[in-house]
Design a protein around this ligand. Structure first.
Ligand SMILES: Nc1ncnc2c1ncn2[C@@H]1O[C@H](COP(=O)(O)OP(=O)(O)OP(=O)(O)O)[C@@H](O)[C@H]1O
Ligand SMILES: O=P(O)(O)OC[C@H]1O[C@H](OP(=O)(O)OP(=O)(O)O)[C@H](O)[C@@H]1O
Length: 213
């Protein structure tokens, strides 16, 4: 049985459509309800929180996973990225009040100690370290846009898709950090042991990749 870990939440539907387009069974998955393990004959799906998805592959309970590149960048698991599915597209950005723009792009010393609210502390730390700036990271689990509104932070590092949330909270994009999309990943062990089953899926997503690295 091939086991795939999938993220719950907003990309679940796109992930399901993608699996169906790859020819994998999704009949029971479509009606999963509150079930977290769904068996579809030779395929088993595990439904997990997006940030936890890489863990299931890392610990060997799942052979494969669909996971956002934002999550991979934040959690840095030792997994093989087999394909960019092109789904779940959004962007990681630094955003803040428009007035911060001049200071943000001014001399580095002007943003030393900046307070950055985010669900992605490692990515935020890396982004500012690259600019040679030490900042104060405020780790939140959601509704990140609240932080600058309440003066809990100066800016945020978060995901933007349509821009509606930023606009509704009077924030603007200050810098692009990275584009995000849903990736197909596997552990090295699974990719080697189960390549007969995994290979055809990878070829469908990425016809130029025929062998496991
Ligand atoms: N507009 C978007 N906003 C947030 N995440 C998006 C968006 N578009 C695609 N994604 C992908 O979906 C994943 C997050 O999904 P979701 O927002 O449901 O997770 P979550 O907020 O961690 O979970 P929960 O809502 O259950 O707390 C991201 O890791 C990203 O890869
Ligand atoms: O650009 P938009 O299309 O408005 O989407 C971006 C918003 O979506 C995400 O939040 P989500 O809905 O996942 O809720 P959260 O704040 O609980 O993470 C993200 O953190 C932004 O707040």
């Amino acid at each position: 049985m091939l086991t795939l870990a999938l993220p719950t939440g907003r990309v679940q539907k796109e992930a399901l459509q993608l699996l169906a387009s790859l020819g994998l069974p999704t009949k029971r998955l479509e009606k999963a309800g509150r079930s977290l393990v769904i068996d579809e004959g030779t395929t088993r799906y595990l439904l997990a929180k997006p940030m936890d998805v890489p863990l299931y592959v890392h610990y060997g309970v799942a052979d494969l996973a669909l996971v956002g590149s934002d999550v991979l960048a934040e959690t840095s698991p030792a997994l093989i990225e087999l394909a960019d599915t092109g789904q779940g597209r959004c962007r990681l950005v630094v955003a803040g009040p428009k007035e911060l723009g001049r200071r943000f792009w001014g001399h580095e010393s002007a943003i030393m100690g900046l307070r950055v609210a985010t669900k992605y502390p490692r990515i935020a730390d890396g982004y500012f370290a690259k600019r040679g700036v030490q900042v104060r990271i405020i780790s939140l689990n959601g509704s990140i846009e609240l932080a600058p509104l309440l003066n809990l932070s100066d800016c945020i590092l978060d995901i933007v898709q349509t821009g509606t949330t930023l606009e509704a909270n009077r924030l603007v994009v200050l810098d692009e950090v990275a584009p995000v999309s849903l990736r197909l990943v596997a552990s090295r062990r699974s990719a080697q042991l189960r390549w007969q089953e995994i290979g055809p899926l990878v070829e469908k997503l990425n016809p130029s990749r025929k062998e496991v690295l």
